[in-house]
Design a protein around this ligand. Structure first.
Ligand SMILES: Nc1ncnc2c1ncn2[C@@H]1O[C@H](COP(=O)(O)OP(=O)(O)OP(=O)(O)O)[C@@H](O)[C@H]1O
Ligand SMILES: [Mg+2]
Length: 234
């Protein structure tokens, strides 16, 4: 059964509708990639799942419960962690302070989770006392993911984790995502890097102008020319 089902969702910003009838299923333990050109609505989908936005129609079902319209803090406690576009780390605080802040809503077991996060990202452990703003771009991205893991998520929403990173750092971030999934965390990720995304994904959805135009197994999508075409603006 699905961990997350987005069912026929419409979303608007004010009077401007940007998602139409979007349905997405994410099974327990899967990595699902959300693909599509700039402005297609990928970030809007993640914001709808994490509670930043409420759909005008349709439902979001998580763990068999209707969570449509619930506030983000409640959804963090329910197991949904969101790593937004642009990382949003606390640049003046240390790496370890940033990590600790990730557990504020879910303090039970935080010490064990911190040692797990430092195992997944040894580079963060080495740099635990460094000011977060002085980390490299890739390290900051790892910190954002590590901080999200501190909330003990069942579902991790990742928005453009590899954006703007040099290829070697992109590899590191994708390796880290794979490691996270090996610990049973389910992942819904938004990516411009469609080949890397489909390499680690089980399934994928392609959005075009706010609608799902294609979905399927990652391996099938990898061989489908329409996926690349959708990035050129459809
Ligand atoms: N706060 C907002 N107010 C009004 N319109 C918005 C707002 N945020 C996004 N939009 C519009 O909604 C549409 C979908 O945006 P969204 O950010 O979901 O796209 P995206 O697929 O994540 O794009 P990108 O790849 O560039 O990040 C775009 O047309 C965008 O201009
Ligand atoms: Mg986006």
């Amino acid at each position: 059964m699905s961990l997350l089902s987005i069912e026929d969702v419409d979303v608007s910003y004010g009077d401007v509708q940007v998602l139409w009838d979007v349905s997405i299923d994410v099974d327990h333990g899967d990595v699902v990639a959300l693909l599509g050109a700039n402005g297609a609505g990928k970030t809007t989908v993640l914001k709808t799942v994490c509670g930043d936005l409420t759909p005008t129609s349709g439902r979001v079902i998580y763990d068999s419960e209707d969570i449509t319209g619930r506030p983000p803090e409640e959804l963090v406690r329910a197991g949904i962690a969101h790593v937004p576009e642009g990382r949003e780390i606390f640049t003046e605080s240390s790496v370890e302070e940033n990590i600790d802040l990730g557990a504020h809503a879910t303090p039970t077991g935080a010490a064990e989770r911190k040692s797990w996060v430092f195992d997944v990202f040894p580079r963060l452990k080495e740099r635990r006392n460094q000011t977060a703003g002085t980390l490299s771009g890739g390290e900051q991205q790892m910190l954002a993911i590590g901080r999200a893991l501190m909330s003990d998520p069942e579902l991790l929403l990742l928005d453009e984790a590899s954006l703007g990173l040099a290829p070697v750092l992109v590899e590191d971030v994708f390796a880290a995502i794979e490691e996270v999934t090996e610990h049973g965390v389910t992942v819904l990720l938004v990516e411009q890097d469609l080949h890397n995304a489909l390499r680690i994904a089980d399934r994928g959805y392609v959005l075009e102008s706010g609608r799902v135009v294609l979905s399927g197994d990652a391996a099938e999508l990898e061989d489908d020319d329409r996926v690349e075409e959708s990035y050129l603006g459809g």
